[in-house]
Structures are given as C-alpha cells and as structure tokens.
Design a protein around this ligand. Structure first.
Ligand code: TYM
Length: 334
C-alpha cells in the first residue's frame, strides 16, 4: 500500500480540507509501512493555473506546510514536499498529456465550474491540470489516494490515463490507483448554502471555518450559519431536504467520530438554539490546539523550508524509476 495525496497551497486551510482529507491523512500516516509509502505534497504548480501574486504564493507554500504539520502530519513519517521542487511532476505531466484525450478533460466538472462562462479566457494549465494531478500520483505507483468527494472524478481520470498508457505501449508501468473517500466528511458544505461545498474560493468568509479563525470568530460563524426553524428529527435521513441542517449534523458527527444517526438521536426534538452552541464548543475544542501549533510553526520558516527540501529530495528519488520507465516505453531512453 502506497498512499499519495496533495493539497493546493492557497492561503488558509478550512474545515472541509481538514475533515475531508487531512485528518484522514494523519490517521493513515500511522498505519503506513514506512515513510516512503506515505507521500503528501503541496500542489504549488497547480496553484498557478490562475494568477497568483508570487510573494503571496511563496508565503502560502510555507504556511500550508506549517498547517499540515500543525494538524499532525509528521515529516519523519511522511514524505512532505512541494511540486515545484520535484521536476519529475511537470515532466511526467507532459508525457501523460499525450495519452489523455481532450474529450476526457472536457468532462471534468471542476474545470466547468472554475472556468464558468469564460472557457476561452482561462489558462491552458487550468484545463490540463488534471493531467498533472495524474502525474502526481502515477509517478509513485500509488495504490490509494485519500481525497474528498470533489476529487473523485480526477482520480477516475488518472486510472483511465494509466490504463491507456499501459495498453498503448504494451507495458505494465503504472499501478492503477484507487480513490479513498471517507464516508462522514466526504463533502463538507458551505455554512451559508448547504448545496455548495465549503471552499477557499467562496467570496464570503462566513461560509467557511478557517483553521486560523479564533474562538470568537468560530462561535460567531456557527451562530450565523444558515439553518431552519424546525427541531432536529430522530432519523438522519429525515434531513434529506434540509441541506444546511444536514451539513451541521455531519460536521458534528465528523468532529466526534460518530455516525450522523447517533448525533440526531442525541439532539432529537431540540432546535438549533441548543445544537449550535454545542457544535461551536466542540469545534473550538478541536481547532484551538491546531491553531496554537500553527502559530508556533509559522514563526520558523527556516525549519519549514528544510522539511520541504528534504521531502522533495526523497520524492525525486522515488519518482525517478517510473519516469525512466515511461521514457523507455516511449522509445526515448536517456
Ligand atoms: P484542494 O486543495 O482543493 O483540497 C484538498 C483536499 O481537501 C478536500 N476538500 C474537501 N473535502 C470535503 N469537503 C470539502 N468542502 C472539501 N474541500 C476540499 C479535497 O477533496 C482534497 O482531498 N486537485 C487537488 C490537489 C491535488 C491532488 C493531487 C489531490 C493535486 N494533485 C493528487 C490528490 C492527488 C485540489 O485542488 O485539492
């Protein structure tokens, strides 16, 4: 079992990233058989598919490394690195871009959402980035890719690309990876709209809980979260048509490692006047220690850089045999 996953270094981490991906990474890191079988990276080459201020991007790379370590990622157990320090990623992305079909990329819902009505005006990189994402995983012969629900389609695409390359060139080069999607927190939704995912790109900061939010702000965001006037039912399925209520119950369940059903059983008949303060308290309890570690690590950029350089060197070594194998398969030995 080899696990590979990544995250964009775009400013703050939010609760969706934490519950949907990072918390599971931290657990899986302890189950991995050795550091070389657990790789987590900051997708900084992915972040530039839309314009980013260079100074801000640089700060975000270190900031995200600090955040991951604060959440429990241990550089002694995880190969923690950033894209830009491992040239095998864009190199493999070019090769795989010659296998991927335009029709496949045209079907990517994330591209459709992000490009909106401006399909002709967005960067080629934004369109092609799922190919880079395929390279990110296939380079390491990953078996498992722990991600939130929104990345499932991209993992399916990498499976298609790997299969086509292996078939076209008559090789058994790429391992076909499996998406690994947690059940309870696969999709954490916005606090303002229970039908939209919690996201860094939502213009309203009230829509998400950032890992850097202080206790008062967390309490305020939960207090103002959109809900309805009805009490909670005793069956979780009864919340199907109440997306905001469903989301808050799911968050509570994920934070306590319980099923949403056991949460509604506890709060059945009570309204949000009772549920929201309990949720806020729980969230503050979970996030406060992460925030204080984050502040501590962020104060030492030299240490963060050292971790990333070290992780990137190891990642490059692990990626090299697959990259060489791809050139050989193509008839381009070096
Ligand atoms: P990114 O940076 O948008 O998100 C990082 C991880 O957080 C999960 N996530 C969520 N989970 C539940 N609810 C939410 N509201 C929510 N928002 C985000 C995402 O599913 C993801 O697991 N393309 C990727 C980064 C990437 C990558 C890769 C991932 C690049 N290469 C290779 C896996 C493998 C992205 O933009 O994730």
């Amino acid at each position: 079992m080899r696990v590979v996953s990544g995250i964009q270094p775009t400013g703050n981490l939010h609760l969706g990233n934490y519950l949907g991906a990072i918390r599971r990474w931290v657990k899986m890191q302890h189950e991995a058989q050795g550091r070389d079988n657990f790789l987590i990276f900051l997708a900084d080459l992915h972040a530039i598919t839309v314009y980013k201020d260079p100074a801000e991007l640089r700060a975000n790379v270190n900031g995200m490394a600090a955040a991951l370590i604060a959440c429990g990622i241990d550089p002694a157990r995880t190969v923690l690195f950033n894209h830009a320090r491992v040239p095998a990623h864009p190199e493999m992305a070019w090769i795989l871009g010659c296998t991927a079909r335009i029709g496949w990329l045209n079907r990517m819902t994330q591209f459709k959402e992000k490009s909106g009505k401006d399909r002709e005006g967005v960067s080629v990189g934004l369109f092609a980035y799922p190919v880079l994402q395929a390279a990110d995983v296939l380079l390491y012969q990953a078996t498992h890719v722990p991600v939130g629900e929104d990345q499932k389609q991209h993992v399916e695409l990498m499976r298609d690309i790997a299969t086509k390359f292996n078939t076209d060139y008559g090789v058994d080069l790429f391992t076909i990876p499996e998406p690994h999607i947690g059940e309870s927190a696969a999709r954490i939704m916005s606090l303002r709209d229970g039908t939209a995912k919690m996201s860094k790109s939502d213009p309203s900061d009230m829509s998400r809980i950032n890992l850097s939010d202080d206790d008062d702000l967390i309490a305020q965001k939960i207090r103002k979260a959109k809900t309805d006037a009805d009490p909670l039912p005793d069956q979780f399925e009864a919340l199907a048509a109440r997306p905001e209520a469903r989301n808050l119950v799911s968050i509570y369940a994920a934070l306590t490692d319980r099923t949403p059903q056991s949460v509604v059983e506890e709060f059945a008949g009570k309204g949000f006047g009772a549920f929201k303060p309990a949720l806020a308290e729980l969230m503050i309890e979970t996030l406060a220690p992460i925030r204080s570690r984050l502040e501590q690590f962020a104060a030492d950029p030299g240490m963060l850089e050292k971790y990333l350089v070290d992780g990137s060197q190891r990642a490059a070594e692990l990626a090299s045999p697959t990259l060489e194998g791809a050139y050989r398969a193509l008839g381009l030995p070096r």
